[in-house]
Design a protein. Structure first.
Length: 414
């Protein structure tokens, strides 16, 4: 969907062909699309706006921007339950994913694009959706009907929004929200904790997604407002969005994790952002925040760039979760390399390559100090204001500003 538009246009053709071993994917922009004044690239890395034919054998033939629009782990479970199959081909997941996937891409088998769907569950449906999510998690029918029927309810969701937690897209007024549900086996109240984490990030000066809590049937649901959608009288504008995984030209395999690096991500953002100085300063601050709250789930799918018009910028922060450790008081690793000494969540390491973020040493140190002091002084009060119980605060307290974060000399031993 081009910038400012509310109807899909056919941008190009994607083909997936079997080879030995695996698949090869090819993509070519349509001639008529290239002639449009509002034509834009699908992503600024692999699929630039040219007439050439693009080809890839990586990720079983799926380009990064297309992979980002595919269902995540939770979305795949819902689709499998809906069709009654345990495994599908990757192309089946792509086509069976709901229309309201993340970003601006849509997929169909014909030359003419499918009409956008603007039918969403409402916030008043949250209790029904929570029951449906419970049924999929439990892998058994809910009292309201078969598991397949429950999954059908959840098919009105954006299944490429990242993560494995149960979720659905709901509409409240003209805003769309990603509803994230609790699980019966949660160790603490995840919806309220994540809501508080997004609030805490904003208190640290970060740009984070807006969120709120709804309580239905005695259970809390986190509502995170979608920042890749804007309402107009003719429908929703959809903004292009690609993950850091795509920017890094990496995938989820263990062999590729050596390429998971904030430093490499900074280099790519410096190339593609319309305001690299602002975006890299923000990215560095988020690294400091993640280290200070032990958000070790900061993998590249949990970072993104977004284009609301033609220009690409760093997206708001999302999926911020603490990971408490009882024993690891000296050393904790982030999911991505964050300095010259690897993934070590330590001040010396975080500040070791500040120039990659276009920061001087004094400015980088000030950002780190401001964020860590804010978190140390405010995290518990922010949690309590968000309705997190005292017992849950005790359960997660070891996540915040752990001792090893400040061991100045430890990083050299990594």
């Amino acid at each position: 969907m081009p910038p400012g538009a509310t109807e899909f246009v056919t941008a190009g053709r994607f083909l997936l062909e079997p080879v030995s071993p695996g698949y090869v994917g090819t993509f070519v922009y349509g001639r008529k699309y290239l002639e449009r004044k509002d034509a834009v690239e699908l992503d600024p890395i692999e699929l630039r706006l040219t007439a050439r034919t693009y080809e890839t054998a990586r990720m079983d033939g799926f380009f990064g921007a297309i992979r980002d629009a595919m269902p995540d782990y939770w979305g795949r479970r819902v689709i499998e339950k809906n069709v009654g199959l345990v495994e599908l081909e990757e192309f089946d997941y792509l086509l069976r994913g709901p229309d309201d996937r993340a970003g601006a891409l849509g997929f169909g088998l014909n030359v003419e694009p499918p009409a956008p769907q603007n039918k969403f569950n409402r916030t008043l449906d949250l209790e029904k959706l929570q029951r449906a999510a419970d049924a999929v998690i439990a892998d058994e029918p809910d009292r309201g009907g078969s598991a397949a029927a429950q999954a059908e309810v959840l098919m009105l969701l954006g299944t490429s929004m990242g993560g494995a937690r149960p979720k659905a897209v709901v509409q409240d007024g003209n805003d769309l929200y990603l509803a994230k549900f609790s699980r019966h086996d949660d160790r603490w109240n995840h919806p309220r904790v994540e809501h508080a984490m997004l609030t805490l990030a904003r208190e640290c000066g970060l740009i984070a997604a807006d969120s709120r809590i709804e309580t239905i049937g005695g259970r809390d649901v986190l509502l995170v407002r979608r920042f890749d959608r804007d309402w107009t009288e003719t429908g929703y504008r959809r903004h292009r969005m690609v993950s850091a995984l795509t920017l890094l030209q990496a995938d989820d395999s263990s062999a590729e994790r050596q390429n998971w690096s904030y430093l490499l991500l900074a280099d790519e953002i410096r190339r593609v952002s319309a305001d690299p100085e602002s975006d890299l300063k923000e990215l560095f601050a988020r690294i400091c925040f993640n280290a200070a709250v032990s958000n070790i789930d900061d993998h590249p799918r949990n970072h993104a760039i977004i284009a609301k018009a033609r220009d690409w910028r760093l997206s708001p922060a999302f999926d911020l979760t603490p990971t408490p450790h009882v024993t690891a008081i000296d050393h904790r690793d982030l999911a991505m390399a964050c300095g010259r000494y690897g993934r070590y969540a330590n001040k010396t390491n975080l500040l070791s390559d500040h120039g990659r973020f276009l920061l001087g040493s004094e400015e980088a140190n000030t950002i780190f100090t401001t964020i860590t002091i804010t978190i140390k002084n405010n995290w518990r009060a922010t949690m309590r204001r968000a309705g997190v119980s005292d017992a849950d605060c005790e359960a997660i307290k070891s996540a915040f500003t752990y001792d090893g974060l400040f061991y100045e000399a430890q990083a050299q031993n990594v």
